[in-house]
Design a protein around this ligand. Structure first.
Ligand code: GLU
Length: 315
């Protein structure tokens, strides 16, 4: 059985860009007759709010999407909320530690910037970590531990390139060391997105991860984590983002893009779904259509391979 998911971070109101990813992930799975899971990625409790999580569920249902498993409906792999799954992430961490794939890092943000060297890090993170703490002697480690709580980093395997074929973006090749050794638990104890998403997708038996292309360069990290944990990686499909008229990724600052604002303003959901389907290449004109009506004709090949520039729709 194929299984897909949508995994929003409730750090604000869900907007057109998130809804478009949700719609495509849902259509992809429903068109294959597969199961769809909703997972709330609220691990960063400082950024997440319960009200935004609740609003996201309302927005998604209003758009005509449904899920077989999720925080509100439960399911065999519950809980579906990251803040309730911390022991799973700790278990993964212990496994990685036991295999020697993890080391403590005492670097400050300033240390990281000053030691930065090629290759580049993730586009969202700036320069790659230079590996400063990777080869500290036990004595240096003990000395540093007196002054600072460390973060924990995953040591990228030496000379290991990562190749995979993305279901939308095509063949990918990341040279050895891409992105640098990355944090899997922050100094304040927060498990990283990379670790939690891998454990969750594995635990929830997800076979197809369709998400925004801002996460394409996280994928080699996740593939290496699957490997280090002895887990099978899912198929990945990264959809190009929606950009605002200024060419930048659609975001709150573009204004008027919150799904709840359309809903509360009395917009018919089918018009919004039609607009989302149109900007995703699924229908020729932005006419009203329900999410369910799009399942039959859904075709990944129609999704544009480049970011799409959009105006905020007047619906
Ligand atoms: N929670 C992430 C976000 O809202 C998505 C993570 C994923 O799909 O892997 O951007």
């Amino acid at each position: 059985m194929r299984r897909g998911r949508f995994a929003p971070t409730p750090s604000g109101r869900m907007h057109l860009g998130n809804a478009r990813t949700a719609l495509l992930a849902w259509l992809h799975m429903r068109s294959l007759g597969g199961e769809f899971v909703l997972r709330m990625e609220d691990i960063d409790t400082a950024r997440s709010r319960r009200e935004w999580a609740e609003l996201a569920l309302l927005d998604l249902r209003w758009l005509g999407l449904d899920w077989d498993e999720g925080p509100d409906v439960g399911g065999p792999y519950a809980p579906y909320t990251q803040s309730e799954r911390l022991e799973r992430y700790e278990a993964a961490l212990r496994k990685l530690e036991a295999s020697g794939a993890v080391y403590p890092c005492y670097c400050s943000r300033a240390d990281i910037l000053s030691a930065a060297s090629a290759p580049h890090g993730l586009s969202s993170e700036g320069p790659a970590y230079a590996g400063t703490c990777r080869h500290l002697t036990p004595a240096r480690r003990a000395e540093k531990a007196l002054h600072k709580e460390p973060s924990l980093r995953f040591a990228l395997p030496e000379n290991r390139e990562v190749r995979f074929t993305d279901g939308i973006a095509g063949p990918q090749l990341f040279p050895p060391g891409s992105g640098g050794d990355f944090v899997i638990r922050r100094a304040d104890g927060l498990h990283s997105y990379q670790l939690s998403v891998v454990m969750d997708d594995a635990d929830m038996r997800i076979t197809d991860v369709l998400r925004g292309s801002d996460l394409l360069d996280s994928t080699p990290r996740q593939i290496l984590l699957y490997e280090a944990l002895g887990l099978e990686a899912p198929a990945f499909l990264h959809v190009p983002l929606l950009n605002g008229p200024d060419g930048k990724r659609l975001a709150k600052r573009h204004g008027g893009i919150a799904i709840s604002a359309f809903r509360e303003g009395g917009a018919p959901p089918e018009r919004l779904v039609g607009w989302l389907a149109h900007v995703s290449g699924l229908i020729d004109r932005p006419e009203s259509v329900s999410a369910a009506e799009l399942i039959g004709e859904f075709d990944l090949a129609r999704i544009p391979r480049e970011p799409v520039v959009v105006d905020v729709p007047d619906i």
